[in-house]
Design a protein around this ligand. Sequence first.
Ligand code: ADP
Ligand code: MG
Length: 698
Amino acid sequence: MIEKNQSVADYFGCNVFSDTLMRERLPKNIYKSVMKTKKFGVALEQSVADVVANAMKDWAVEKGATHYTHWFHPMTGVTAEKHDSFISPTPDGNIILEFSGKELVKGEPDASSFPSGGLRATFEARGYTAWDPTSNAFIKDGTLYIPTAFCSYTGEILDKKTPLLRSMEVVSEQALRILKLFGNTTATRVTTTVGPEQEYFLVDKKYFDQREDLVITGRTLFGAKPPKGQELEDHYFGNIKQRVSDYMKDLDKELWKLGIFAKTKHNEVAPAQHELAPVFTTSNIAADHNQLTMEIMKKTALKHGLVCLLHEKPFAGVNGSGKHNNWSISSNDGQNLLDPGDTPQDNMQFLTFLCAIIKAVDEYAPLLRLSAASAGNDHRLGANEAPPAVISMFIGSELEGVIEALENGTAYKSNRNEEFEIGVDALPNFPKDSTDRNRTSPFAFTGNKFEFRMLGSADSISCTNTILNTIVAQILDEFATELEKADDFEKALKELLVKTIKKHKRIIFNGNGYSDEWLEEAEKRGLPNLTSTVDALPKYTDKKYVSMFEKFKVYSEKEIKSRTEILLENYSKVINIEALTMLDITKKQILPACIAYTKTLCDSAISKKTLGIDESVEKLMASKLSSLTAGIVNEVKALDEKVISAQDCKEGEEMARFYHDEVFTQMQTLRASVDECEMCVPEKDWPLPSYTKLLFTV
Ligand code: ADP
Ligand code: MG
């Protein structure tokens, strides 16, 4: 229990089996081997695992835990867990509490009910989970959670964490080759770090429960536009309402107990939309923490009579929710390799990494795009919302100047020492930042890191970071291979960077990424515009990408194919569920409400007529509603038929395309008619709580 006046420092990480705890509770040599595993990826011996397991169990039991679970990230996009208790019977009929190294290191969940994309038949049920000692174990709800990786009996990976861990190794190896070329003798490992900003909506549970669409699909499938949306721009960074503030405080506390560095919170652009950002950490830990954050966000909301919506587009007509993946690389001798320093024009090492990233993003843009592809995110990317589906990079005016000078062999003139004057004597002047921000770019340099803004709010960050790490590793590998052969390193480097800039600067765009002009310009530049999930996903299996992933042993061809299949299938399933939910709501709630209100109008018309009063208003309204209702009946029929036809498609790309082109399009048509009807029926007679209630009453 946390006492009322306890400071954050006293309870931060209190539910985590942290390095500090390990140092306190493990014999010195054991602690050292665990740290070696954590820092250098050295495999752990069974005898060491036994001691660690026992210490973990003792700690967990002291904290009231009774169970443990291997916690993993299957391809469902959410985490999975199966709880086993620590109890073990003794011959005298009592129990002792046990947890062995074997149980810590390896689990054998039945893998048959997790998506495998054809990697495994149902009868080959065996799957393994393997402890990931680089991410700390923690206690939640009376259970000790062991972060693990998940693979099949035959060794194919079935989860999102293993490829991420592999990609971290790969980028480390290649980045070290580059550092070595610059004469670095101290760095022995390079780590990618991530800080994911998480957007979400909060709605009142009382209204949520009355909306079958929100309950089943996480988004509103119907809903007329409210009189007020986000046009006044009064919500972003606006003051936080008490109920929301109480929720945020509670959420911070729960996250802090789990050792998650929740840092920034604020209102977002849309009404009822908010954001939480943590302090960045190592990629795989950031991925674990983000999954936990999403889970705790949802659970904590319920305690406040609220529901937290993580869907990318819960409401039509207002902004959807994304997740900004802030990403950087640093070496274990303390350098952030993406820090340009005070004179980026002279920082050749930084410029080398920058150019490698520019090339990687340009050459592998479709991979980054597909890492953010999902049915939910289709409402944002490529729809009338930010960011666009075209991948481009923003590097800011300073760096653009620097690489332009490099390309042209001219001197660069810095504007670094400019001061920013506020013009009020009492306020301090401060040095102007070297770059402005650009909020419309999908991949923006923000001072000492890149921010990839395409991810959907519900996405796991694993896939994006796996891809990001691997494509950067690929280009660093190419660079290193070329430079290692050079007799004159400096000359060769300059040539390489100039060549890279010339060829790949088309990916750099500092203007407004939302504009139509940009889409035209992007097309001229030959940049791909993959507007939907079904356009993006099939690119995964392109030969060039497969051979890169295979070369680095991040994915085998089989694993990529299976992932593509899982994701396409997931797309079809989501649209199918949404269509069925729409049909259900329309048939059982919308149509009866329309008919009932038409009758009310008709009854009133008849009564008026009997009394000799003009009944034309009722007649007009009833006939409008009646014809709208007839339209809905037709559209329901059409949607019904499309859902049935979808089943005749070949599973995979063909089926997903049909859902996208036919089913989803028909859903939009049905929605438009229903939303029009909503405006013709009194609020009390409409079965679904309105957008105004959902968006403005928390
Ligand atoms: P903004 O909304 O302006 O983009 P925020 O402060 O909300 O900025 O989020 C910035 C995120 O970037 C934070 O999660 C922060 O920890 C993260 N970040 C900062 N430095 C790095 C870095 N070197 N590597 C990865 N993430 C970083
Ligand atoms: Mg941001």
